[in-house]
Design a protein around this ligand. Structure first.
Ligand code: ATP
Length: 208
């Protein structure tokens, strides 16, 4: 799974999801918008609109799935609940991977039941250009015994390891920058899929 706010989805998310699937030989990558992200403010547009943009962004990309399960739940969108429901679907023996960017990883120790994440899945941290803040001591302690060096180490177990991964097309695109550009009427061409950009313009999203 690659969870996120997707406010809005951009090519950094989508290209990372494709390359993650290839690097780890995954059957599919579920991109899962958080209805109510617990650790950040209310997103700029509704969960349903973020999901609609995500669906457009994915289009017919093989291996990528726009997964609405967090929108169907009440309360904060805890990733442990999401992983538990994915685990139930795939069974105890399947490899399950939770991927997140390095910026999100830096806050992992503040998440709801962070240790439980590793019981349910492997955690894969995707390198993001320009973000190289060192880990806090708490986070370093939490992952110390779990870290593995290469993708091969994730192949034979269903959960429990941490891998830091540098994907081939690292993209310095962020949704924050996209929102700022839209608010100031600057171009977002080639930062987003064209269909996503078109819908944003048609509905006048992120204008203020
Ligand atoms: P914002 O700027 O609003 O914080 P964002 O661009 O970081 O948004 P999120 O929806 O918060 O997007 O990201 C979802 C997940 O995708 C997070 O784990 C994040 O680290 C990761 N991610 C976002 N952009 C990139 C990128 N360009 N390359 C790799 N990973 C990314």
């Amino acid at each position: 799974m690659l969870g996120g706010t997707f406010d809005p989805v951009h090519l950094g998310h989508l290209r990372s999801a494709v390359e993650l699937g290839e690097a780890l030989s995954l059957d599919r990558v579920h991109m899962i918008p958080a209805a109510k992200p617990p650790l950040r403010g209310e997103p700029s547009i509704s969960p349903g609109e973020r999901l609609a943009l995500l669906r457009l962004g994915i289009g017919d990309t093989p291996g990528l799935v726009a997964d609405a399960r967090e929108l169907d739940r009440e309360g904060p969108s805890f990733t442990t609940d999401t992983l538990a429901s994915l685990r139930e679907e795939v069974g105890p023996a399947a490899r399950l991977v939770m991927a997140l960017g390095h910026d999100a990883f830096l806050r992992l120790a503040d998440w709801h039941q962070p240790e439980r994440l590793f019981e349910l899945a492997h955690v894969v941290v995707i390198d993001r250009p320009g973000i190289d803040t060192p880990l806090s001591t708490g986070l370093r302690d939490m992952v110390a015994d779990r870290e593995v060096e290469d993708t091969q180490a994730l192949m034979s177990t269903p959960a429990g390891h941490l891998l830091r991964l540098r994907l081939p097309s690292r993209m310095a695109i962020s949704a924050t920058d996209v929102r700022h550009r839209l608010a100031s009427r600057a171009s977002v061409r080639y930062l987003l899929p064209e269909a996503v950009e078109a819908r944003i313009h048609v509905y006048g999203l992120y204008r203020s």
